[in-house]
Ligand binder design. Structure first.
Ligand SMILES: [Cu+2]
Length: 157
């Protein structure tokens, strides 16, 4: 009898523990593509990556609606204050941690974004990680002032 109660209690404790410390899941969220006011200039993709159970590297971001996609980091020259950006091959995503790709920091640039995402107001993107995970994300597309793309406004009226 006592033994049975003990088993029930440990099972309950295990359940409780499991619900308190969920295994982190590798995720990409809050993705927004900001178009340039000049159509021939690249668009900037910002998003947050939430690390999974182990460290991984983000190897590539791509989109069927863009000709060229690059990951960039921004550096500020300590002496002159000049801002420059350089392509990154890979970005470490530590397990359980958030890595932000945001204005003034790491970001993704897209050249040649075609009319489909401009009309839909959404763009399909794919994130490839070093553990071979591929995450598909539909990012919101906006003009530089945060409004819907001009092409979508023209359709929606
Ligand atoms: Cu850039």
């Amino acid at each position: 009898m006592n033994r049975r109660i003990f088993t029930l209690v440990t099972a309950g404790a295990a359940l409780l523990l499991a619900s308190c410390t969920p295994t982190p899941q590798l995720k990409v969220k809050e993705a927004v593509l900001t178009l340039s006011p000049v159509d021939s200039n690249p668009a900037a993709l910002h998003f947050n990556v939430y690390g999974g159970p182990e460290d991984v590297r983000l190897l590539r971001v791509s989109s069927p609606s863009a000709i060229r996609v690059e990951m960039h980091d921004v550096t500020v020259d300590a002496k002159t204050g000049a801002v420059s950006m350089a392509p990154m091959d890979r970005v470490l995503i530590p397990g359980g941690e958030k890595v932000a790709f945001k204005k003034g920091g790491k970001h993704v640039m897209m050249w040649g974004v075609n009319t489909i995402p401009r009309k839909l107001g959404k763009i399909e993107t794919e994130f490839l990680f070093s553990n071979n995970e591929r995450i598909l994300v539909k990012a919101r597309v906006q003009e530089i002032d945060g409004s819907d793309p001009d092409e979508k406004k023209a359709i929606d009226g």
